[in-house]
Design a protein around this ligand. Sequence first.
Ligand code: AMP
Length: 190
Amino acid sequence: MINLILFGPPGSGKGTQASNLVEKYNLLHISTGDLFRFNLKNNTPLGEEARSYIDKGELVPDAVTIKMLKAKVEENPDVKGFIFDGYPRTIPQSEALNEFLQEKGEKVSKLVMLDVPDEELMSRLLNRGKTSGRADDLDSDIIQNRLNVYKETTFPVFNFYLKDNTSVKVWGVGPLDTIFQRLCLEIDSI
Ligand code: AMP
């Protein structure tokens, strides 16, 4: 089973590349951001709980996020593997994922980080905001907050998985199909 973490800052192209990878490798794509947005749109209690954090570009508390992630995995017992996109974003989320997979006799196969410079991220996100309908893509202060949260709280997850050689970086700038090929090379070597 492949358990791939597609990692990287907001705007690094995780969602775009995940859709291509899903097709090629037949994995289930789990984006915690998409799951939260689905709940926001449908005004569920989970959506209500998450709303204030998402609107400010803060992380939703670990307990809520971990529970949602586990439920999604449990709903899909028969898949060939997972692409975790936007999860884990904190060390406690990483520990919870490891423990959860271990209970199933599984582990994280690889963490692949899409590496993109900051200036490029800001302009990509502002540009995406014109069409994404996402309030958190429209305001440069909120975007900056998301980038800061990534650096301070989320980037340590890369080093957490580096300890057992599970983390690699892939250059996330260039034509989409070139970036896709770089990702495929990493996945094919699992
Ligand atoms: P994304 O679509 O991955 O950029 O996520 C959008 C927003 O959803 C983030 O800014 C957070 O507020 C929330 N979110 C998504 N994934 C997580 C996570 N793993 N932990 C905490 N909050 C998250």
